[in-house]
Design a protein around this ligand. Structure first.
Ligand code: PMP
Length: 436
């Protein structure tokens, strides 16, 4: 054991060169013990060197300002929040909280079982109907998370002789669902309709089963939209079923926050709509909306639905209350759009990974910059953002992911841009700077 510790300690001395990938490789002599020990020591080193920006301890609701426990002083510090997907500012809305309390009083705190057996409340039915209406679909079912929605959807719907073609930037849950389905699948270059079409042209004659196309409405890393009109046109030409993951478009774009399909006037052209309650609704849970036949089938075959307890009534009530607010306070969506266009202008001198159309701004880190150290500097400037590091993205595409919320003001954005400008001009953040 001592030996392992010494070795991993030596390795973590070189911690700047390490990333998550080093701890999953299956090289010889890389035993589970050495991986686990090595990883732990690496995290401790990052913490000591003030480069660990994950698992921060938050002591307040994710509004425009949050209280975060400082790893070193043990005291709470106040930061401006630009990392939460609480896009509409519903996380701490008094009406939502009131409705949650009412639901707890009426239904208790949980259901103790899956919807199929004993967890299907009138609240769940009401939420299903409201989401079907929002998404212009016949029927909806609710899962315990967006992640579980994609797992259940692909596992139950797609069979081995089917073929799935999907955007390369699809969410991890889509990739994991594909593995469960066992179907053959191929990704196309991000947002490339030509790439999609080329795959379909080459594969069509070989496919015995159903073709599925998987895209997102708004891409979660860059905030750019899918070219949905062209993708739908292509799906129709190849008789493919379109699965649209609109986790980040729901609540943010389209009439009444209906999402990306509605934004393009194409809601009725999407075969299978999925989304999550973890972004604009600031909750957990996911949904799948489609024809009544397809949803009925999924209720009995999606394993992550059948074999997992359903969402507690309080959470269902929170999402229903969120839908009420979206209807009553459309200014939230409008203000978000206004803030976004203001932010786009303010960031015009910076390199963005994509042109943001939704509430996510992906700010490319310059190639000379040590992104972990830069994020700590942003923290010291009073800003909470997420650094997206390699291997989550290619090494030359590391970025800061900024989320805007209806709760923000233009002066919050000015504050953010000032902090970022200061960090961008900080020579100590150059990789391998002698001070470190
Ligand atoms: N799809 C996309 C596009 C997402 O961004 C996410 C969450 N990051 C999910 C699915 C999974 O949602 P949840 O967090 O509700 O599990």
């Amino acid at each position: 054991m001592e030996n392992v510790k010494t070795k991993t300690r030596q390795k973590t001395r070189n911690h700047e060169k390490l990333n998550l990938r080093h701890f999953i490789s299956s090289r010889q002599n890389n035993s589970l013990e050495s991986r686990v020990q090595g990883f732990y020591l690496w995290l401790e080193t990052l913490k000591k060197e003030r480069e660990l920006n994950y698992h921060r301890l938050v002591n307040s609701a994710p509004g425009r300002e949050v209280l975060v426990r400082d790893f070193h002083s043990g005291k709470d510090v106040r930061l401006k929040m630009f990392a939460s997907n609480n896009y509409l500012g519903l996380a701490n809305h008094p009406y939502v909280i009131e409705q949650v309390l009412k639901a707890i009083k009426k239904f208790g705190i949980g259901l103790g079982g899956p919807a199929l057996l004993n967890g299907y409340t009138s609240l769940m039915k009401e939420l299903e109907e409201r989401i079907s209406d929002l998404k212009h679909q016949e029927e909806t079912m609710i899962f315990s998370s967006g992640y579980n929605t994609n797992l259940g959807l692909l596992q139950a719907l797609v069979r081995k002789d089917d073929f799935v073609v999907y955007d390369e930037l699809s969410h991890a849950s889509f990739y994991d669902g594909l593995k469960l389905s066992g179907a053959s699948a191929k990704s196309f270059k991000h947002n490339s309709v030509e790439g999609l079409e080329e795959i379909l042209r080459k594969q069509r004659s070989k496919i015995k089963g159903q073709i599925f196309i998987g895209v997102e409405g708004v891409y979660s890393m860059d905030g750019d939209l899918s070219p949905l009109p062209e993708i739908i046109e292509c799906a129709q030409r190849y008789d493919a079923l379109l699965i649209l993951d609109d986790a980040h478009g729901t609540g943010v774009i389209g009439n009444r926050g209906s999402g990306t399909a509605e934004h393009f006037g194409l809601s009725t052209e999407v075969d299978i709509s999925m989304g999550t309650f973890s972004k604009a609704f600031s909750m957990t849970g996911g949904f799948l909306s489609a024809s009544k036949e397809l949803v009925s089938y999924m209720r009995y075959f999606a394993r992550s639905y059948m074999f997992s307890a359903s969402l507690p009534p309080s959470m269902l009530a929170a999402v229903i209350a969120g839908l009420d607010i979206m209807e009553r306070e459309p200014w939230r969506q409008e203000k978000l759009q206004d803030l976004l266009s203001y932010a786009r202008k303010k960031f015009s001198g910076f390199k963005l990974a994509a042109y943001p159309e939704a509430a996510i701004i992906a700010l490319s880190a310059p190639s000379w910059m040590d992104i972990r150290k830069a994020n700590y500097k942003l923290y010291k400037h009073g800003v909470f953002v997420n650094a997206v590091e390699y291997p989550a993205v290619p090494i030359d595409q590391q970025r800061f992911r900024i989320s805007l919320m209806a709760d923000h003001s233009k002066s919050d954005i000015d504050f953010l841009v000032d902090a970022i400008t200061a960090v961008w001009n900080d020579p100590s953040l150059e990789k391998n700077h002698s001070k470190f």
